[in-house]
Write a protein that binds this ligand. Structure first.
Ligand code: PMP
Length: 445
């Protein structure tokens, strides 16, 4: 009997996320044997530059020596402990450090991004219920937003691809417009655009605020929404409106937090402190699942009462504050502090901007955009129009790049880069060269 390959054994028993599994009849699955820095190595001896930080989680490279050492040391002490009635030192230190970094006061742990969003929504809702404002039962969200795949998170997302099938299961929400190239008037500055779109948003908030608990946003960049980068002024205006209308501002920093946009947290671009901040992904340097919801003391106090009052927040996840994940998070914060990472990222981001310039005049490239270490552009046909979705142009780019040692994973026609912060200037240049060739190769078909 012939030996099955790992990929064949995988496809016999596994069901992968965000995948039409039938695609794998023609698209090879790639089992990875080991990884180091920005490079993933497969069993055939091939390597791939992880230009998307393994779904936007990795910050300081795979097998980072400092994070590895921290997890190994923690493993010898405590791997997991119930987090109700019990605690552990790492979780306390991490909360102290995160509250200091975010200007918020209280930290609630969960174990992935979608769960963090669920927690923030439930906390916001219960806060108003506890206060007796029982008409507040809806959430507002931005057009083109994405907040995860669990039902609450899906409800406040706006991407039909993920949401449409489940629409009958989802609670009613209020949709707020977002600055986007498709609704931008020619000649309008980014700030003017933000101001005009905000006028539309304000009308909706004004009409509906009595029933709205909170507005959830991805600050500065809507990542899954084709890397839509909008002006900080919009965030500022939304923040002020939320204050005026007694609506919580919930900042989903899951993808953009931890230095990704050039600031430690994307809200800092607008000098805004939200009522809730959701963190995950890079929180552990991309090592282990952990998430954290930060909020204000005044919100916490609205839950603080006798057990009988029923005001407590009775939400839980088994792996809340897992000590191994927490040790990875602490090591990640140490790297930020010790290695001047934000400053280093600004040099890498400048190099990425220069490398992107070579694509500026390419006939199949449109709307090049960048904020920190997130960069993206859209593929267009020879008339400058978006390719039809079923042409799957992004997939062609993916396949070409994989054959040339690069992992990039376009979102439909949007090609983007979100590399680990340990990428070198030479590797950025290489990445852009392969991307350039991939576009030319795709344009032939
Ligand atoms: N919010 C945002 C902005 C995200 O980008 C993601 C994941 N891509 C999530 C929430 C959900 O996180 P998770 O996949 O860990 O559930």
């Amino acid at each position: 009997m012939s030996q099955l390959t790992l990929a064949q054994r995988d496809l016999n028993v596994l069901w992968h996320p965000c995948t039409q599994m039938k695609d794998h009849e023609s698209l090879p699955l790639i089992p990875i044997k080991h990884a180091k820095g920005v490079w993933l190595y497969d069993y055939e001896g091939r390597r791939y530059l992880d230009a998307i930080s393994s779904w936007w989680v990795n910050l300081f490279g795979h097998a980072n020596p400092k994070i590895n050492a921290a997890i190994k040391a923690q493993l010898e002490k405590l791997e997991q402990v119930i987090f109700a009635g019990f605690s552990h030192e790492g979780a306390i230190i991490l909360a102290e450090r995160l509250t200091q970094l975010t200007q918020l006061d209280r930290c609630f742990y969960a174990d992935n991004g979608s769960s963090a969003v669920e927690v923030a929504l439930k906390m916001s809702f219960q806060y108003w219920q506890n206060k007796g404002l029982t008409k507040k039962i809806k959430f507002a969200h931005l057009e083109n937003g994405y907040h995860g795949e669990t039902l609450g998170a899906l409800a406040v997302g706006d991407l039909g691809l993920y949401k449409k099938t489940f629409a009958p299961l989802l609670p009613e929400v209020v949709r707020i417009p977002v600055p986007h190239p498709l609704n931008k008037i020619q000649g309008e500055s980014a700030k003017q655009h933000a101001t005009r779109i905000f006028a539309q948003a304000e009308k909706i908030l004004n009409a509906e605020h009595e029933t709205i608990c909170g507005l959830i946003v991805e600050p500065m960049v809507q990542c899954a929404g084709h890397m839509n980068i909008y002006d900080a002024h919009y965030l500022k205006l939304l923040h002020a409106a939320c204050d005026r209308y007694h609506i919580h501002l919930i900042a989903d920093e899951i993808a953009v937090g931890f230095g990704r946009t050039g600031k430690m947290f994307a809200c800092e671009h607008a000098e805004v402190t939200p009522d809730f901040m959701c963190l995950s992904k890079g929180l552990t340097g991309g090592y282990l699942p952990l998430s954290c919801i930060l909020t204000r003391e005044s919100i916490y106090q609205e839950f603080y009462d006798t057990y009988e009052s029923g005001k407590g927040f009775l939400h839980s996840h088994s792996y809340t504050g897992n000590p191994l994940a927490v040790s990875a998070a602490l090591a990640t914060l140490d790297i930020f502090a010790e290695e001047n990472s934000l400053e280093k990222n600004s040099h890498l981001s400048a190099h990425l901007a220069t490398a992107l310039e070579n694509l500026r005049d390419h006939p199949h490239v449109s709307n090049i955009r960048q904020l920190g270490l997130i960069a993206a552009f859209d593929l267009v046909d020879s008339k400058g129009l978006a390719y039809l979705a079923n042409e799957r142009r992004g997939l062609k780019i993916y396949q070409y790049a994989i054959a040339h040692e690069m992992l990039i994973r376009p979102i439909a026609n949007t090609v983007y880069f979100m590399p680990p912060y340990v990428i070198t200037a030479d590797e950025i240049s290489l990445l852009l060269r392969v991307t350039h060739d991939a576009i030319n190769d795709g344009a032939k078909s």
